[in-house]
Design a protein around this ligand. Structure first.
Ligand code: FAD
Ligand code: SIN
Length: 546
């Protein structure tokens, strides 16, 4: 089966959906998404979206906080552009029907919108716009609703992109051979229901496939976050950057039955404190900002505390606050914790750090363009220069909004000037006699092996020795995956396994390359930051095969 549209969007989180809505009046749009439309990191975002609205706040302050968190390698032009565009993008969400909380009191002196602005780590003012503690869901639902109504947009759920198709794609199964200055035409996509591999092509291809938390054993991310876009783009010859900067969120719920449940940074923003198992508050030993230090600092402090004491978790305690306030401010967290027998109005919450956000990704310009013509990347899958070595809390949804806007304007402009060659004849996927697997155990085993080795050797604190060990192991696992990939029919698990292994390899290579500690990358062999040599991005590109 072959499908064609003007705009092909891969992914249906905030980035993909907003881009789709913005281009839909200018051409046909197909969105493919690997589960149901709403399943995305976006839908789980809790804290909110950072933007300057308070009269006491300023763009300069948000810019300075973003740079401080990014630890010296944010792109200045990008930071300024994103921060200054934020209020307009949030107003746009309000116009699309997102119901953000209004002011609790006027202490923050908010401007005319009277949005309730809360605080998160690394921010020097209250500037987090939120919808209770379920901000992402409110945004996702409003966008899905609009997308469903638009006559030019067709959504293919349960369709998982396998690889991008470029002009030079040779149709050898599993092997993408790329030349320089390539064009992207579309993607091979597995239909989960029929198990057929279908061809989708478009004049503009938008990669909005989100993050890669599943590369690690413990993560705040849902199952879709397997770094597919980064892996596909890299295989196609796109430049990727800064993959050593994996953000670990300090506070995920520690409970044997809780899978991936985040306890929002907003809890610390509203007065929550961290204590160890002995009941001692410890953040003051690590940063003068205590619990409101940037995430890299808090995650490392918890890691150090756990190692020092041999504990499995620390506690996040907000029980000193008024119970009614807690229930109203964090209705979702309160209800969810109760299901695990934890009443956060009276009990401290057991928490641990977990992989949360990928600061690196597919390198783009300020319009979301990659180095492959017609291929754009936005949202968590992209590396725009905004986050540098550590993303500031609640700057991610914001980045997705701003880049969906920029990329849409650019793609619409491009499509006007297109001298689009007649759609190339894209040959159907070639199975080369692959058979159904009778060795599914290899996929399950390798999934666990990749994630465990990344957690153990490429986690919050790294060393040259651990990175070298990780590289040896990932090379071995990748050899096995490649062998298997050629012989057996493709399944969603196999596609994702191949992608997490690719992203793991890229993280290890970037981390090994950077011989200093900066932001989220901490190597005990080089504990200091070295601006002279390393105040720059780590850039990788697959060697071309001609
Ligand atoms: P996503 O929302 O992850 O969407 C990716 C989409 O791509 C999904 O639809 C997925 O199914 C699809 N997809 C992936 N691979 C394929 C494939 N191969 N084929 C087809 N489809 C594919 N950020 C903030 O700014 N503020 C917050 O308060 C906040 N809280 C967070 C809380 C949690 C628990 C998590 C996990 C993240 C949080 N973040 C927050 C980060 C933020 O939610 C994400 O970075 C952002 O939502 C990413 O949006 P996206 O559109 O790029 O990707
Ligand atoms: C949170 O609510 O703690 C997540 C915020 C973010 O990832 O920006």
């Amino acid at each position: 089966m072959e499908y064609e549209s003007d705009f092909l969007v891969i992914g249906s989180g905030v980035a993909g959906l907003l881009f789709a809505l913005k281009v839909a009046d200018h051409g046909t749009v197909i969105i493919i998404t690997k589960r149901n439309i709403a399943e995305s990191n976006t839908a789980y975002a809790q804290g909110g979206i950072a933007s300057v609205f308070a009269k006491t706040d300023s763009f300069e302050s948000h810019i300075a906080d973003t740079h401080a968190s990014g630890d010296g390698i944010c792109n200045e032009q990008v930071v300024e552009m994103v921060v200054k565009d934020a209020p307009a993008r949030i107003q746009e969400l309000i116009d699309l029907g997102v119901k953000f909380n209004r002011n609790r009191d006027n202490a923050a002196g908010t401007a005319e919108l009277h949005l309730d602005l809360c605080r998160e780590g690394g921010h020097s003012h209250n500037r987090i716009v939120h919808a209770d503690d379920l901000t992402g869901l409110a945004v996702e639902e409003a966008l899905v609703d609009q997308v469903r109504r638009h006559k030019n947009i067709t959504v293919f759920e349960d369709h998982i992109a396998i690889d991008l198709i470029t002009r030079s794609t040779r149709l050898q199964r599993g092997m993408i051979v790329t030349t320089h200055e390539d064009y992207c035409y579309g993607a091979y996509v597995l239909n989960r229901h029929t198990t057929d591999i279908e061809t989708f092509c478009g004049r503009t291809i938008m990669l909005a496939t989100g993050g890669a938390g599943k590369v690690y054993t413990y993560t705040s991310n849902p199952d879709i976050a397997t770094g597919d876009g980064i892996a596909m783009a890299y295989r196609t010859g796109a430049t990727v950057a800064n993959l050593e900067f994996v953000q670990f969120h300090p506070t995920c719920l520690f409970h044997p039955e809780a899978k991936n449940f985040l306890i929002s940074e907003a809890v610390r923003g509203d007065g929550g404190i961290l204590v160890n198992a002995a009941g001692e508050r410890f953040m003051e030993h690590y940063s003068p900002l205590k619990e409101l230090a940037c995430r890299d600092v808090v995650a490392r402090a918890i890691d150090a505390e756990l190692k020092k004491r041999g504990d499995d978790f620390v506690f996040l305690d907000i029980s000193h606050k008024d119970a009614e306030f807690i229930k109203t401010r964090f209705p979702n967290l309160y209800a969810k914790c109760l299901t695990f027998g934890i009443d956060m109005t009276t009990d401290p919450i057991p928490v641990v750090p977990a992989a949360h956000y990928m600061c690196g990704g597919v390198a783009t310009d300020i319009y979301g363009r990659t180095n492959i013509q017609r291929l754009f990347a936005i949202g968590e899958t992209a590396c725009t220069g905004l986050h540098g070595a550590n993303r500031l809390a609640s700057n991610s949804l914001l980045e997705a909004l701003v880049y969906a806007h920029n990329a849409a304007n650019q793609a619409i402009e491009d499509s006007k000037n297109f001298k689009f060659e007649a759609s190339p004849q894209l040959a159907p996927w070639d199975d080369l006699g692959a058979i159904d697997s009778d060795e599914v155990i290899m996929v399950t085993h390798s999934w666990n092996a990749v994630r465990r080795l990344m957690w153990n050797y490429v986690g919050i604190v790294r060393s040259d020795k651990r990175l070298a060990r990780a590289k040896r192991r990932i090379d071995m696992i990748q050899d096995e995956i490649n062998e298997y990939y050629w012989d057996f029919k493709i399944t969603p698990d196999l596609i994702e396994l191949r992608n997490i292994a690719t992203v793991a390899e890229l993280i290890i290579r970037c981390a090994t390359h950077r011989k200093e500690s900066r932001g989220l990358h901490y190597n005990i062999a080089y504990p200091e930051k070295n601006d002279k040599r390393w105040k720059k991005d780590t850039v990788l590109r697959r060697p071309f095969v001609s």
